[in-house]
Design a binder for this molecule. Structure first.
Ligand code: HPA
Length: 285
């Protein structure tokens, strides 16, 4: 457990966790990947893979969500060494925003300068359909918390980090170029993050639509804030596993979320494979 307001404690814990992970593999990952609900299969396609269960990493939060394997896989995606998280923890599991973002801190202490974050999301924008893939262009944080609350540790980053360019435009353009070659349709939208774990009401979805959200989910935003705090570049990708509450007149279920993840698996993995070398070619200094 990491103390909520002790960022220096987090720094030292992240350092220890990074050391343990790197001691298990000769690879030096360039990109950190977080694979969301139903999307973890990509990690099983990596070559020269080393698997480190979260339980073996000091201070690492353990995922309780169904559909999350709970391990880090370090391996090569083609010629790009990556560290992929099969499963993440969420605020709704009872973890603090500092705990939720601890893996991102660890990525940074491993020397990683760019992250690709993925998630399952509800589609609010009516031009999306179930199974659509959406690049996140911006976010609205409605989770009521922020991973940077507490005394700041300047070794991570500034007290008041800028969020104007949270989602790298260069990476989004590179992703769009790659999907064009692959013939995959890729949308772009604004992701609203709520605490969960209950799904939204139709009235909440109507509210989110009016304030400019295209997608809704329960993850990612805290991770983006922590990554930007440390100067890491971010590409974030949602899979619309279901249309949000009230858009279609039918109830939502976690089973549906997992089924859609499974259905788009091949396309999603092709997209990641194509985008990774582009991100690796454009890492921040
Ligand atoms: N709402 C919130 N989170 C989600 C959804 C949703 O409809 N689908 C997948 N994650």
């Amino acid at each position: 457990m990491i103390a909520t307001t002790d960022m220096t404690g987090q720094f030292n814990a992240a350092e220890a966790a990074a050391k343990l992970i790197l001691s298990r593999t000769p690879l030096r990952p360039q990109i950190g990947l977080v694979l969301g609900s139903g999307l973890g299969g990509f990690a099983d396609t990596l070559s020269d893979a080393t698997r480190v269960p979260y339980a073996e990493i000091p201070s690492f939060p353990q995922s309780t969500a169904i559909g999350h394997a709970g391990r880090m896989v370090i391996g090569n995606a083609g010629s790009v060494p990556v560290a992929a998280m099969q499963g993440r923890v969420h605020l709704y599991e009872g973890y603090s925003a500092q705990e939720v973002t601890f893996p991102i801190r660890v990525f940074a202490r491993m020397g990683i300068r760019a992250v690709i974050l993925t998630n399952a999301a509800g589609g609010i924008n009516r031009s999306y359909a179930q199974g659509a893939l959406v690049l996140i262009r911006d976010h609205i944080n409605l989770q009521g918390t922020n991973p940077l609350v507490g005394v700041n540790d300047d070794r991570f980053g500034a007290r008041f980090p800028d969020m104007t360019h949270a989602y790298s435009r260069a990476y989004r353009e590179a992703a769009r170029e790659e999907v064009r070659k692959l013939g995959i349709t890729l949308h772009e939208g604004v992701y609203a993050a709520l605490l969960g774990p209950s799904y939204e009401t139709p009235a909440e979805i109507e509210y989110l639509r009016r304030i400019g959200a295209d997608l809704v989910g329960m993850s990612t935003v805290a991770e983006v804030i922590a990554a930007r705090h440390m100067g890491m570049s971010v590409l974030a990708l949602s899979c619309v596993t279901n249309m949000a509450a009230g858009i279609l007149d039918q109830p939502l279920s976690h089973a549906e979320v997992m089924e859609t993840g499974e259905r788009v698996k091949t396309t999603f993995e092709a997209l990641l494979r194509a985008v990774l070398p582009r991100v690796a070619a454009d890492l921040p200094s």
